[in-house]
Design a protein around this ligand. Structure first.
Ligand code: NZQ
Ligand code: ZN
Length: 392
């Protein structure tokens, strides 16, 4: 078992009506003037933004608002948010939305507390020294950003998508009312379930150590999300399924499923981030489109994990060689993705990169990772290119 550190400072307020607690939470963390940051308007249409505003007003907290965070949130809006936060002297950033609004809010929080160029953080040229406090009212179970130290921003020029991790931006609180996710399009619900699964799978497929407790927690989380994703496909208003998935989303990316196993592959995420940058696809769908090709490329180098995954998560019967069992597991996972209408190739995702573009994707992916990425198998630029080719 590896040594590990586990830090989850986020206050979780979970359940029906939880958004009414927003004002009290901001006050408890010392906020007096808030920048409310949201996405393309779903929170306006659902009436959530108005309820959040009321909750702040009830506690005497002033607020300004900035909408417009898009999936693969852009640096240009982050600059706008930083300027507004400084001009209005806000002392708290409140994201109301999904991973895109939350990540954009985190970037604004860095930039508003610090004079340096915020993109330098995402280029890993320097570390953040400060950030305004961030709080979240979550509307989609997916990214886990409501409890994570991570934020992923896309620079408009060249559409370069990069992530930056720092505990400074971990949200102080996360308001999680599963009912808020019932207005999601089915596609986004499925994308979210895929992303949640992948955050645990990226930690599970490791050539690091074993930790039985972590591994069995991870397996329970994956089985639960797969089961609930099917329930939500057929019954999108099922509250209990919404709740299970929402809590799984947070636990999948707050570090819990990586404790002690050295788990940190994240190659599929690296491959997807380049696709997201170049083609502006939904993150979860992009992950599903490349995962099977990644798995077929690496499974021999991480065989015990793939066998265990096949048996414990997908219920593959234990007859056949370890290689055969591993491949059956990969096939079963792809069948699951198809069953929730997720793509299992880039073509199904709706993108058909040229050979030159695949070379570019691989080059960017390797460069973003400092030359190599992965734990199940360490991948270099040529490996990444081959996986993109397999995923066509
Ligand atoms: O923008 P609005 O109008 O709100 O619409 C959004 C958007 O179109 C819509 N939506 C969200 N909640 C809704 C809703 N529509 C109706 N009812 C609701 N309750 O769904 C669409 C997707 O929203 P978005 O915030 O983009 O989704 P998600 O949470 O999947 O976030 C994706 C972003 O997070 C990054 C991804 O790369 C991507 O940029 N990630 C962030 C991570 C982190 N910070 O820890 C980790 C992840 O691996 C991921 O990379
Ligand atoms: Zn993800």
């Amino acid at each position: 078992m590896y040594n590990f550190q586990y830090y989850t400072p986020t206050q979780v307020v979970f359940g029906k009506g939880a958004e009414q607690e927003t004002g009290k939470q901001v006050k408890a963390w010392g906020g007096t003037k808030v920048l409310i940051h949201y996405g393309g308007g779903s929170v306006v249409r659902s009436g959530l933004l108005a309820r959040v505003r009321e909750s702040l007003q009830a506690e005497g907290i002033a607020s300004v608002e900035l909408g417009g965070a898009v999936p693969n949130p852009r640096l240009s809006l982050v600059y706008e948010g930083i300027a507004l936060a400084k001009q209005e002297a806000v002392d708290f950033i409140l994201a109301v939305g999904g991973g895109s609004a939350i990540d954009s809010a985190k970037a604004i929080a860095y930039g508003a507390a610090d004079e340096g160029e915020v993109w330098d953080l995402y280029e890993h040229i320097r570390q953040a020294k400060a950030a305004l406090f961030v709080g979240v009212v979550l509307t989609i179970a997916a990214s886990g950003s409501e409890m994570s130290s991570s934020s992923v921003i896309t620079k408009d020029e060249g559409m370069v998508k990069r992530g930056y991790n720092n505990n400074l931006c971990r949200p102080k609180f996360a308001i999680m009312n599963p009912e808020l996710t019932m207005t999601l399009p089915d596609y986004q619900t499925a994308c979210g379930c895929t992303d949640i699964l992948m955050h645990t799978m990226e930690r599970y497929f490791t050539n690091g150590g074993n930790m039985e407790l972590t591994d069995t927690l991870a397996e329970a989380l994956m089985r639960t999300v797969m089961k609930q994703a099917i329930i939500l496909r057929d019954d999108p208003k099922n509250y209990d399924a919404r709740a299970e998935v929402m809590w799984a989303g947070s636990l999948s990316h707050n570090g819990l499923t990586g404790c002690g196993n050295g788990g940190d592959d994240f190659a599929t995420h690296g491959l997807e981030h380049e696709l997201g940058g170049m083609f502006d696809v939904a993150h979860g769908a992009g992950l599903a489109a490349v995962w099977g090709s990644w798995a077929r490329y690496v499974y021999r180098d991480c065989l015990p994990r793939f066998v265990r995954f096949a048996k414990e998560v997908l219920g593959v019967k234990a007859d056949g060689t370890p290689e055969e069992i591993a491949v059956k597991g990969i096939e079963a996972m792809e069948a699951f993705f198809r069953s929730i209408h997720m793509p299992t190739s880039m073509k199904e995702l709706g993108v058909e990169p040229t050979d030159e573009q695949m070379r570019r994707l691989a080059q960017m992916c390797a460069a973003a990772a400092g030359g190599k990425k992965g734990s199940a198998k360490v991948l270099y630029e040529e490996d990444m290119y081959r996986i993109y080719q397999m995923a066509r």
